[in-house]
Design a protein around this ligand. Structure first.
Ligand SMILES: NC(=O)c1ccc[n+]([C@@H]2O[C@H](COP(=O)([O-])OP(=O)(O)OC[C@H]3O[C@@H](n4cnc5c(N)ncnc54)[C@H](OP(=O)(O)O)[C@@H]3O)[C@@H](O)[C@H]2O)c1
Length: 226
């Protein structure tokens, strides 16, 4: 006889959200769960993730915490293994990210390596993994969280999100007509736990000007939301 969790896996549409313990990822996880998705909530802070099922369980949602450090091979393998066991994946949101600021040469190299591992490598690995599952089934979507800073290189603001945006647009083109959608989300400044934005009024003020509504002729098309 089928056990409860196997039955649940068969019936539910899964949404995998990385960085679901705070900020934009937590907002996505809450909303998706309210809409009836089963959310696989990935991040490092266990207590935050474990609060989510208690919260969403009061409504009609379902959330499963998955504690994983996406900077490590072990953490990525853990998420990839769980993805392989899920029956019906509707959505992957590659949201976990860290921001870097400062002079590339004088800042510790470790920060730049970590940022490229989390903001680029993990996004590429997880996108590859879910597309291999979604494409044969002909449905599903991937949202890669980039940033408004992805549109223009600027000194002291490393350009990992520009990779995310270009990568996403390229893959979106490759998978068109498969039934699977790949999109980039490019938020402006949002007050979250991200150090750089949460304590810097000046930066928030400056970044807001980047989100000014553009005329329709200048709006991005394939796979980009800003
Ligand atoms: N806030 C903004 O203004 C803004 C603007 C443009 C783009 N973004 C992008 O939006 C995304 C979400 O950022 P946010 O503003 O919501 O920041 P946040 O509140 O700091 O959230 C970042 C999330 O990433 C997770 N994370 C960090 N390192 C991780 C790791 N090694 N392994 C697994 N998870 C990790 C964190 O969870 P744990 O610490 O529990 O692991 C947290 O859940 C990021 O990609 C960011 O670059 C933000």
């Amino acid at each position: 006889m089928m056990n409860h969790s196997a039955k649940h896996d068969q019936e539910k549409r899964w949404a995998i959200v990385t960085g679901a313990s705070s900020g934009i990822g937590l907002a996505f996880a809450r909303k998706l769960s309210l809409r009836g998705h089963s959310v696989l909530a990935v991040a490092r802070r266990r207590e935050r993730l474990e609060a989510l099922p208690k919260e969403t369980g009061r409504d009609r949602g379902h959330a499963e915490p998955l504690v994983a450090d996406l900077l490590t091979e072990q953490g990525l393998a853990c998420v990839i293994q769980r993805i392989a066991s899920l029956n019906n994946i509707a959505l992957l949101i590659n949201n976990a990210g860290i921001a870097t600021r400062g002079n590339f040469l004088s800042a510790p190299l470790e920060g730049a390596i970590k940022a490229s591992r989390l903001n680029i490598d993990a996004v590429v690995r997880l996108t590859h993994e879910v597309l291999r599952v979604m494409i044969p089934k002909g449905h599903g979507a991937v949202i890669n969280v980039a940033s408004v800073v992805a549109f223009q290189p600027s000194p002291h603001f490393a350009v990992y999100k520009a990779f995310v945006l270009s990568f996403t647009k390229a893959v979106a083109e490759e998978v068109k007509n498969t039934g699977v959608r790949v999109m980039a989300l490019c938020p402006g400044a949002a007050r979250t736990e991200m150090e750089m934005f949460s304590h810097n009024e000046g930066l928030l003020g400056k970044l807001r000007s980047l989100t000014v509504t553009r005329p329709p002729s200048m709006r991005p098309t394939n796979g980009v939301k800003s």
